[in-house]
Design a protein. Structure first.
Ligand code: ATP
Ligand code: MG
Length: 330
């Protein structure tokens, strides 16, 4: 079941969709306030909020508007408008220096996490942003609790942190493959059938704790279809420049698709909250997915009501005095 009915495609290849074109013209003329309001409205459709009643089959993997390759340049420009707004908001986040924002990306292979991170954050000052990719844990990491390695990478106040995979792998790949849990060196009596519910609870509490200390967490599940993943895998095999991106392990993981979807669904149901929501991003169209993500990030920053620190009268007088000295310089 999907939420919306996709209209029949009427555009002929090579033409620019008038619908998309007029949307773009509109977007580039918006004031900052209007752009933020638009981002809120647009991203809301993909925001799960309180996860209690979440069901994955209500969310599409493809965009709910009719898009073709001819719309790509317009979509790029739309994203550019978002990226510029985001860059400015990040400057204010940095100057305000109270909040930090953590963006978590989870997805099946080839869903476009890396590209989304690269494009959406392309305008952001690298000094105010840190990306961490989490692979299978090493021996040192396995000697600690499962949040340990992620805690070390949390963003400082005023920064945006990005997790490319995260502690959520602990209820995804670890749940799908029993042997990974067995290798985690946990005391035997703690590994019961309740372990997944316990981990959901630990994650919820952890994110609540972070929020109470000034770190807002938002999570993105890039929802790609199995069919689109196959297409991207074949592309990675056929295109020598993309060969490095493909591994046989990726194709093997694909055979566990149903188990993964079940695990994703329960994870979102149990860990999406109003303060730290999951976004289920339609990921079959990469450009569209990036616009959804940019809108959600703009909205998250907007909700923090950030502003440049206000300077007191004394400081203003001091600045004016220094300016005078500079002006008088010969
Ligand atoms: P790419 O798009 O380049 O494939 P990737 O994020 O898939 O990016 P990989 O190096 O292919 O990067 O995969 C990382 C692997 O590490 C994934 O298969 C993931 O499931 C696994 N992993 C991450 N965290 C854990 C964990 N806590 N326990 C076990 N495996 C993990
Ligand atoms: Mg991979």
């Amino acid at each position: 079941m999907t939420e919306k009915i996709k209209p029949a495609r009427v555009q002929s290849a090579g033409k620019v969709s008038p619908k998309m074109n007029s949307r773009l013209n509109e977007i580039s003329k918006l004031t900052k306030k209007e752009l933020k309001a638009r981002s809120r409205k647009f991203s809301k459709k993909y925001c799960v909020g309180d996860g209690d009643k979440f069901s994955l089959d209500k969310y599409r993997t493809d965009p709910d508007i009719d898009l073709g390759p001819e719309d790509k340049p317009q979509m790029k420009q739309t994203l550019q408008v978002g990226v510029e707004a985001l860059a400015e908001m990040q400057n204010i986040l940095y100057a305000h220096d109270r909040w930090s924002l953590l963006l978590i990306f989870q997805a099946m292979d080839a869903a476009g996490k890396d590209g989304a991170i690269k494009h959406v954050m392309s305008g952001v000052n690298p000094q105010g942003c840190q990306v961490t990719a989490f692979k299978a844990p090493n021996a040192e990491e396995l000697d600690h609790d499962f949040l340990w390695r992620c805690q070390k990478q949390l963003p400082e106040r005023g920064r945006i942190g990005i997790f490319n995979r995260s502690y959520y792998e602990e209820v995804l790949v670890v749940r799908v493959h029993e042997q990974i849990l067995k290798a985690q060196k946990l005391p035997e009596k703690l590994v019961t059938e309740d372990i997944w519910q316990e981990r959901f609870k630990d994650i919820r509490n952890f994110e609540k704790y972070l929020y109470r200390n000034g770190t807002k967490v938002i999570k993105f599940f890039l929802n790609v279809s199995k069919k689109e993943q196959k297409k991207r895998f074949i592309e990675r095999i056929d295109n020598p420049e993309k060969n490095w991106k493909f591994s046989a392990a990726d194709a093997k993981e694909r055979t566990f698709w149903k188990d993964y979807m079940k695990a994703y669904e329960e994870m979102i149901r149990k860990t999406s909250t109003k303060e730290s929501p999951w976004y289920v991003v339609p990921a079959d169209n990469k450009s569209f997915a990036r616009i959804v993500i940019a809108s959600a990030v703009i909205n998250a920053l907007d909700e923090l009501h950030l502003e440049y620190p206000k300077v007191g009268k004394e400081k203003i007088a001091e600045l004016q005095a220094i300016k005078q000295i500079l002006m008088d310089e010969k």
